[in-house]
Design a protein around this ligand. Structure first.
Ligand SMILES: Cc1cc2nc3c(=O)[nH]c(=O)nc-3n(C[C@H](O)[C@H](O)[C@H](O)COP(=O)(O)O)c2cc1C
Ligand code: SF4
Length: 493
């Protein structure tokens, strides 16, 4: 038998991957700990010569080694949910030891950086723009424009800030990438630094990701391209900084305040971080997945990346399925398939077996879609037209037992809890929103309180300083629009 691959991803560890590893090692088998393939319903999973066994417990290991087929799922390449993916950003995740430099190189690592340093910064800026890459953190802003703005900003010191705060509900792609292929992120950051003229990068990581912190720290210490002069004299350094656990610190300006050691309050824009960012200097703030997409764009050619997806949504997106779903996990596919295809073909429908009633895409500030919108394509514009947003690609599924009035209340309560408090519409409005939903669902002055609720949504949407307060109306308004009967239950009691 050759080597066994078992994930040391924190999702896999949470269901017993360490114990399964120990059982294989006790039997004298060499185990390579990898990232997770993202097929979470099969974790803890072992891959032996390309064949998958799972979900395993320690007591199953003897049977696997004896050739019993009970836990054998079959060849990885034949698992439909894996075979149907187009894994570009996640191609190495699950296949190699994440901190093994030789394995990284053997699987194409550093190809993007070599291309960048061969062709020069202007070529990189053009390639990133032409690829159609848009920010994966939520807003979908074109990465090429952001990088060009920083490149053209006159300053002695510029920065690359990687937003690894990943606070959206139902999202875990950043974590999986950092735990499964950290050199890719570091390579992407260095390419960004090279393109815009920034010698220093920060990774702002949420404190709830200790395994990612350990893996990143090891990768930063061992990355063969960091902290040394390249042939053209360019040198790039990366520092890891931990957040303290606030959703607002994922918003780029609050993140910068926190990064600088201050309380995470959102800043008014303008000035944009591209002009006045970290420590007052021009700064690229990009999500983990945005930066991790860049090396392949340069190594393979931006035309290949652009050939995936449709219209203004180019490349692939690692969608994350969570909530009431049979097959939760991460599936990297080109933009353009429908929400229904994602839920049914990859997710296998609800875990409860009951009908899907609502799906929230794009984190806690995303819209709740009813069944009638499930044929919406997973594309930035298509989602915007349907009143939602793709955000960071998190998809949370609810069956027909969900109460959307309770979910609307939760949206306000979440905002009240996470508000930085700098502006009144969000600080006060979110709390009033909780109270108003409570009044409606308990049948108190229902018509008048619906009017108050609609006014409140307008004030928060139009008057909030940042998108936390500005987007909280989205889930509430979608619940009101598509699931009004849930609010009326109290009124009719
Ligand atoms: C409340 C709030 C939370 C956010 N959280 C994150 C986050 O956790 N990670 C992230 O990359 N972007 C987050 N964003 C978006 C960032 O402000 C910013 O648009 C992003 O980091 C830019 O990178 P990109 O262009 O690569 O997407 C958040 C925005 C808001 C309003
Ligand atoms: S909208 Fe909320 S989070 Fe954003 S600045 Fe205002 S109070 Fe702070």
């Amino acid at each position: 038998m050759t080597t066994v691959l078992i994930a040391k991803d924190s999702g896999a560890k949470s269901v017993g991957a360490d114990a399964v590893t120990a059982a294989f090692e006790a039997a004298g088998v060499d185990v390579i700990r990898t990232g997770s393939r993202g097929l979470y319903w099969l974790e803890p999973m072992a891959e032996i010569d390309g064949v998958v066994y799972g979900p395993l417990q320690a007591e199953d290991v003897a049977g696997v080694l004896n050739g019993e087929g009970a836990k054998c799922v079959g060849p990885l390449a034949d698992i439909p949910e894996f075979a149907k993916q187009t894994r570009i950003v996640f191609k190495r995740v699950g296949a190699i030891d994440p901190t093994d430099v030789a394995a990284y190189r053997a699987h194409g690592g550093e190809g993007g950086l070599h291309a960048a340093q061969t062709m020069g910064p202007e070529w990189v800026l053009k390639a990133v723009a032409e690829s159609g890459l848009r920010g994966r953190g939520g807003a979908g802003f074109p990465t090429g424009i952001k990088w060009r703005t920083v490149a053209e900003a006159p300053a002695q010191q510029k920065y690359i800030v990687c937003n690894a705060d990943e606070g959206d509900s139902g999202t875990f792609a950043d974590r999986m990438l950092m735990e499964g292929d950290p050199f890719l992120l570091l390579e992407g950051m260095m390419i960004a630094g090279y393109a815009v003229g920034a010698s220093k990068g920060f990774i702002y990581l949420r404190s709830e990701y200790p395994d990612a912190a350990d893996t990143l720290a090891t990768a930063i210490a061992n990355a063969p391209f960091l902290d040394r002069d390249s042939a053209d004299g360019f040198r790039f350094t990366v520092e890891l900084r931990m957040g303290a656990g606030a959703y607002i610190c994922g918003e780029e300006t609050a993140l910068l305040e926190s990064l600088e050691g201050k309380r995470g309050l959102a800043r008014a824009k303008p000035p944009l971080p591209a002009h006045t960012g970290a420590f007052g200097q021009p700064t690229v703030v990009n999500n983990v997945l945005t930066l991790a997409a860049v090396p392949d764009i340069l190594a393979k050619g931006y035309g290949i990346f652009h050939s995936y997806g449709r219209k203004q949504s180019r490349g692939t997106m690692p969608f994350q399925l969570a909530g009431n779903i049979k097959h939760s996990g991460l599936f990297e596919v080109p933009f353009g398939l429908t929400l229904r295809q994602l839920i049914e073909d990859f997710g296998g429908g609800t875990r409860s077996g009951r009908p899907v009633r609502a799906v929230q895409v794009g984190g806690p500030l995303g819209a709740y879609f009813p069944e009638s919108l499930l044929d919406t394509r997973m594309e930035y514009e298509a989602f915007a037209r349907a009143g939602g947003m793709l955000g960071h690609g998190g998809v949370v599924v609810f069956d027909d037992t969900v109460d959307l009035a309770a979910q609307a209340r939760f949206a306000f309560a979440f905002c009240a809890h996470e508000s930085c408090g700098k502006c009144t519409p969000c600080r006060i409005g979110a709390q009033r929103g909780v109270e108003t939903v409570d009044k409606i669902t308990s049948g108190e002055n229902v018509d008048a309180n619906f009017t108050v609720l609609n006014d409140l949504l307008e004030v928060m949407r139009d008057g909030s300083l940042c998108a936390l307060g500005g987007l909280t109306p989205t889930p509430v308004a979608s619940a009101l629009r598509w699931f009004k009967e849930d609010f009326d239950k109290g009124a009719s009691q």
